[in-house]
Ligand binder design. Structure first.
Ligand code: MN
Length: 375
C-alpha cells in the first residue's frame, strides 16, 4: 500500500526566551495542516528528522547547566510546550487523523530524547488521554528506515557532533553529579559557557548569513567577544579547565579534538561538512533515498539513480543581499515522498516562503553602523 511520508528537520522549538529561534510557528502549523488531506487516500508518516526541539540552546531556570539530567530535560520540555502550544496542538490534530504516525529522529539539539521520561512526556503531550495510540509515536533513535528511504539528522556524520548512542547517558560521577547526565561533545561547553551568553544579548546575529561576510560587519565589541574571547576560551579549556575538572568527562578535551576545533576556527570555517559521507553512505547501501537536515541548506538531487533530500531549517534565518543592503528572510522547506515497498513514485522538496519582513542592518543588534560597512 502506498503511503505519504512528510519530512521536516531543524525546527528548533525553544522555550520562548531570546535564544529561541522558532519564530514562525503559525507558518509551520499551517504548512503541516495543508497536507492533512492526504490521509483520505494514504497513510501518512511524519518524520521529524532531528533538532525538532532546541534543548541545546534552551536555558534551565535562567542558566545553561552543562550536566543535563533527565530532570533538567523535562523542565525544558515543559517550557517548550508552554511557549509553543500551537506546535503541539497541530501534532495532536495530525495524530488524531487516525492513519498517521509521528517519528522523532534524534539530532544534536535534542539528544535529550534518549531519556525515557522525555519519550513518555512527548507521547503524553501529543496523545493526551489517548494512550492506546502509543505505538503511533515512534522513537527509532538516530536513524529511521522506511521502505527504501533512510532518514537521519546528519549530525552523526558530522565530526563535531557525533556521539556514541550507547554511552550518551553517562552514569553519575561521585563528588561531581548525583544523577546520570548527557555526555555531549566538547563544543557544548563553549556554547553553554560562552557563546549562548552572547546570543542572549544579540539574538539575531547567529541567524544571519553568509557567516564569513557577517564577521566583518560585527561591531568591535562583539567581534572581540566572538573571535578573541572564543580563541582564549579554547586555549584555557585545553591547558587548564580540563585538568581542573579531571574527574568530569564532560570537560575532557583531547589533543585531537583541540586540533579539530582550532583548525576550523582559525580557517574561519563555519560550515558543517558531511555531505560527502551522506553520499557514500547512500551509494553503498540498499536504500534509494537518504534524507537529512542539520546544515540548514535545502536541496534534492539525483546521483547514480538515487536521491539525496536535504530539508532546511524552520528557524528564523536571513541572508544578506548586496543589491538591497538588507537581510532577506530565508525560505523554509520540507520533503514529500510517495512510496511503497517496491517503488518511490514521487519525491519533492517543497519550499515555503517566510512571512517575516526583511531586516535593515540597524534592526540587528551587534552590527556596525551602516556608514562603516555598507558603502
Ligand atoms: Mn543539527
Amino acid at each position: 500500500m502506498k503511503k505519504v511520508t512528510l519530512v521536516f528537520s531543524d525546527i528548533e522549538v525553544g522555550t520562548g526566551n531570546n535564544t529561541d529561534d522558532f519564530v514562525e510557528e503559525k507558518l509551520f502549523c499551517d504548512t503541516l495542516k495543508s497536507n492533512f488531506h492526504y490521509h483520505k487516500k494514504y497513510n501518512i508518516d511524519l518524520v521529524l528528522n532531528g533538532d525538532i526541539f532546541d534543548f541545546l540552546k534552551a536555558p534551565y531556570k535562567n542558566s545553561y547547566p552543562r550536566h543535563v539530567t533527565e530532570k533538567i530535560s523535562l523542565w525544558k520540555l515543559e517550557h517548550m510546550h508552554k511557549a509553543h502550544p500551537g506546535f503541539f496542538e497541530t501534532l495532536t490534530e495530525f495524530i488524531n487523523l487516525g492513519n498517521t504516525r509521528i517519528i522523532f529522529v534524534i539530532g544534536n539539539h535534542d539528544y535529550d530524547i534518549i531519556y525515557s521520561k522525555i519519550k513518555k512526556q512527548l507521547r503524553k503531550l501529543i496523545l493526551k488521554d489517548k494512550i492506546k495510540m502509543k505505538k503511533k509515536i515512534i522513537f527509532p533513535g538516530f536513524e529511521f528506515k522506511s521502505y527504501q528511504v533512510l532518514f537521519e539528522h546528519g549530525s552523526q556524520m558530522d565530526q563535531f557532533f557525533r556521539v556514541d548512542p550507547s554511552t550518551l547517558i553517562h552514569p553519575k560521577i561521585q563528588t561531581v553529579i548525583e544523577e546520570p547526565f548527557l555526555l555531549v561533545p566538547w563544543g557544548f561547553n563553549a556554547l553553554k559557557e560562552h557563546l549562548l551568553i552572547i546570543k542572549e544579548e544579540f539574538p539575531i546575529l547567529e541567524r544571519v548569513f553568509p557567516k564569513d561576510k557577517i564577521i566583518n560587519k560585527l561591531n568591535t565589541q562583539v567581534k572581540k567577544r566572538v573571535i578573541f574571547d572564543t580563541f582564549f576560551y579554547m586555549l584555557k579549556s585545553f591547558f587548564y579547565t580540563q585538568f581542573r575538572y579531571k574527574k568530569d568527562k564532560l570537560y575532557n578535551f583531547t589533543w585531537n579534538d583541540f586540533k579539530k576545533y582550532m583548525r576550523n576556527f582559525l580557517n574561519k570555517d563555519y560550515d558543517l561538512k558531511f555531505e560527502d559521507k551522506a553520499e557514500m553512505k547512500l551509494l553503498s547501501s540498499r536504500f534509494k533515498v537518504i534524507s537529512y537536515g542539520h546544515n540548514h541548506l535545502s536541496s534534492l538531487y539525483k546521483i547514480k539513480g538515487k536521491y539525496i533530500l536535504n530539508t532546511t531549517t524552520w528557524r528564523d534565518e536571513y541572508e544578506y543581499s548586496e543589491e538591497t543592503k538588507t537581510y532577506k528572510p530565508l525560505k523554509k522547506s520540507y520533503g514529500f515522498i510517495l512510496h511503497d515497498k517496491q517503488k518511490v513514485y514521487d519525491i519533492k522538496l517543497i519550499y515555503v516562503k517566510s512571512e517575516q519582513k526583511e531586516l535593515k542592518p540597524s534592526d540587528i543588534r551587534g552590527l556596525k553602523p551602516i556608514s562603516q560597512s555598507y558603502k
